[in-house]
Every structure is written in structure tokens, then in C-alpha cells.
Design a binder for this molecule. Structure first.
Ligand code: SF4
Length: 349
């Protein structure tokens, strides 16, 4: 600790590089640090980000392939059975619509196409139709596919793996302690079990959380520790968008600086993992979005599940202006700047 009783942020980064996990007191110090050391924290975690990911930003594109009509009661979600939010509700999209979205993802230079359906877990018919669409996308595009279909048993995960799905998203969402306050229709343990089934099927895992749901700093640390223990591959961090009509419409009181400290903590605790600034980026980080890239190495381009994202051209500008590069879909280099311009012709609004 320094004379101000704050840790030496660079020393913490050195230890994270050596594989050490920050202890609880150090983790809380990251979250509770005063605003005037924020740039020091970002500079320190940027060393980790640069070590593992260089200056590349990985783009993901999300399709809400089935919206609303969900029997679960996740309090943050506009698609739940207890939500009265005015959202579009529709059953699984036709294959052609899913393929059109994959085409848009490819044109936007996204490396990963995230196919999301609402619901507790997929029916046989839904799984069959998703698998059919996945096979066709894989045959036509150089895209990784991440499926987010709710709770999965071992057999469902294996079927997705055989179909060519690369990754499955299933978030822990929050700390085990806090989970009962955000959902009562399934448990934290159910979520962990799905992640274990996905890993056992040989798929990579996309698993993160939602911040701003009334959790304590200790809960945030617990969530990060759980994700580290589960050895997840990719960590989407959502900042709650308090949607009117959901029980959490009065939550989500985050400042851009708090969001940045949370991103710093996750980079310290998951130094070599893909950390993505997910939903709520525009709403909560606002003008500080570029600073988030010093901790995170990935973003969603385009819209979120039931809320709009900013124009892709704006994201491209942020990345370029801050001196970062877009990672190519293969994940092994950057896209040449002229190709960004090409992607900008007509499809970036
Ligand atoms: S998060 Fe998923 S499971 Fe929960 S209510 Fe929303 S769509 Fe249903």
C-alpha cells in the first residue's frame, strides 16, 4: 500500500501477470478508489490488456433471434414473464432472416455472430432450427458462432458442438449471494451447471455479468472470482439499462468512472481473458467509452437484445481515434484501415 493507503496499481498488474489473484482487500480497493487515480488504474491494467491482446478490439454482433415470451422472471430483463416493457415479441426468426443478420455481421467485420433466443432453455424444435441455421452460416461466412439459448443440458451442448457452434454464452450475471434478488425461477447453481456442460462438450464459454443491479462491491468481487474459478474464455460485462416495466427500472445508478473501475477489476482478475464491454456501454460510459478500451478488448457492434446501440461508424471512430485496431475475424491480426472505410459504405448507420 502507498502512503494514501492505496495499492500500487502497477505492482498489482505485475502480480496479475505472474498469475497471482488479487485478494479481496486489493480487489475492493480497485473498486473503491478515488476518481483522481482512475487514469493510473487504467494505465496499469492497460499493461495487461496490451500484453495479451495488443491494441486489437474484437467485434461481436448480436441477433435477438427470438424475443420476449419468456417464462422466467429475471428482474433485469425486458423479455421476462413479469416485464411489462413495450418490446417487440416474436418466435424464432426464419432461417433467411438469421442468415441476413449473419451477412450484416460479416460486412461489419465482426469476428463473432451471437445468436440469442429468449426462454429458459431451447425446445427440440428450436434447437433443430438453430442448428440448421448454424450449419448454413458456417458454410458461407468466416464467422465464429456464439449461441445463447438459455440453460443447456449436456446433450444439448454436445449437439451444438457437433453442429459447428464455437461458443456458448451463459452469464452468471451476479454473485451467488445476490442471485436470489435478481431471479427466482432458476438458481446460480443452474447457471454454473450449464457453463460446465458447455465446457464438457468442448465448446468455449462466454460468461459474464450485469453490473448496477443493487449488488455490493463484495458481490462484484465474488462474481469476478467465480468467473476466474470457472476458467471462462470470454467475459461480457453489461451495465444495467433500467428498462421501464421491469422490476429494476429504478436501478442502474452507475457513473462512467465506476464502470471503468469495474472494468479495471475484471482485467486484474481475468488478465488474459477476452473482456467485452457489453450492454449499457453507450448509456453508462457515455463520453468515456474510449477509456474502456484500455481495460477491455472487445465490444458489441450494432444493437443489443431489446435496446439500440450507437451507429457502428461511431464505434469505428472511437476505436481509430484512441489508437486501437479492429481485430480481423480470424483473430490473428488487425483489419487494414482501408477495409474499415469499405465497411463504412452504406451499412454503418
Ligand atoms: S434473461 Fe433470458 S431467461 Fe431471463 S427472462 Fe430474459 S430471456 Fe428469459
Amino acid at each position: 500500500m502507498t502512503c494514501m493507503n492505496l495499492p500500487d496499481w502497477n505492482h498489482l498488474a505485475d502480480r496479475a501477470l505472474n498469475g497471482e489473484r488479487l485478494d479481496r482487500q486489493e480487489s475492493l480497493a480497485v473498486l473503491n478508489a478515488p476518481d483522481d487515480v482512475l487514469l493510473d488504474q487504467l494505465a496499469a491494467v492497460y499493461r495487461l490488456r496490451r500484453h495479451y491482446w495488443g491494441n486489437r478490439v474484437r467485434l461481436h454482433f448480436l441477433l435477438n433471434a427470438q424475443s420476449g415470451l419468456c417464462p422466467e422472471d429475471c428482474h433485469y430483463c425486458s423479455q421476462s414473464k413479469i416485464s411489462t416493457a413495450k418490446i417487440e415479441k416474436y418466435p424464432l426468426l426464419a432461417k433467411q432472416e438469421i442468415l441476413s443478420a449473419a451477412d450484416r455481421a460479416a460486412k461489419l467485420q465482426a469476428g463473432t455472430f451471437c445468436l440469442v433466443t429468449s426462454g429458459r432453455s431451447p425446445s427440440e424444435t428450436t434447437l433443430d432450427r438453430v442448428i440448421d441455421a448454424v450449419r448454413e452460416i458456417k458454410a458461407n461466412y468466416d464467422l465464429k458462432i456464439c449461441a445463447c439459448l438459455g440453460l443447456l443440458n449436456a446433450e444439448q451442448a454436445q449437439r451444438l458442438a457437433r453442429a459447428g457452434v464455437d461458443r456458448v454464452n451463459h452469464n452468471l450475471n451476479t454473485a451467488e449471494n445476490h442471485h436470489d434478488r435478481i431471479c427466482t425461477t432458476h438458481t446460480f447453481g443452474d447457471r454454473v451447471e450449464t457453463v460446465e456442460n458447455v465446457k464438457a462438450a468442448g465448446l468455449t464459454t462466454c460468461c459474464g455479468g450485469i453490473l448496477g443491479m443493487g449488488e455490493s462491491p463484495d458481490d462484484i468481487v465474488d462474481l469476478a472470482y467465480s468467473l476466474r474459478e470457472l476458467e471462462v474464455t470470454s467475459v461480457p460485462l453489461n451495465f444495467l439499462i433500467p428498462i421501464p416495466g421491469t422490476p429494476m427500472s429504478d436501478k442502474g445508478d452507475l457513473t462512467p468512472r465506476q464502470c471503468l473501475r469495474i472494468l479495471c477489476l475484471f482485467r486484474y482478475l481475468l488478465p488474459d481473458r477476452e473482456i467485452r464491454i457489453a450492454g449499457g456501454r453507450e448509456v453508462h460510459l457515455r463520453s468515456l467509452q474510449p477509456l474502456g478500451l484500455y481495460a477491455a478488448n472487445s465490444i458489441f457492434i450494432g444493437d443489443y437484445l431489446t435496446t439500440k446501440g450507437q451507429a457502428a461508424l461511431q464505434d469505428f471512430q472511437i476505436i481509430r481515434d484512441a489508437g486501437f485496431e479492429i481485430e480481423n475475424p480470424g483473430g490473428n491480426g488487425a483489419i487494414h484501415a482501408e477495409n474499415w472505410t469499405e465497411a463504412g459504405s452504406g451499412i454503418l448507420s
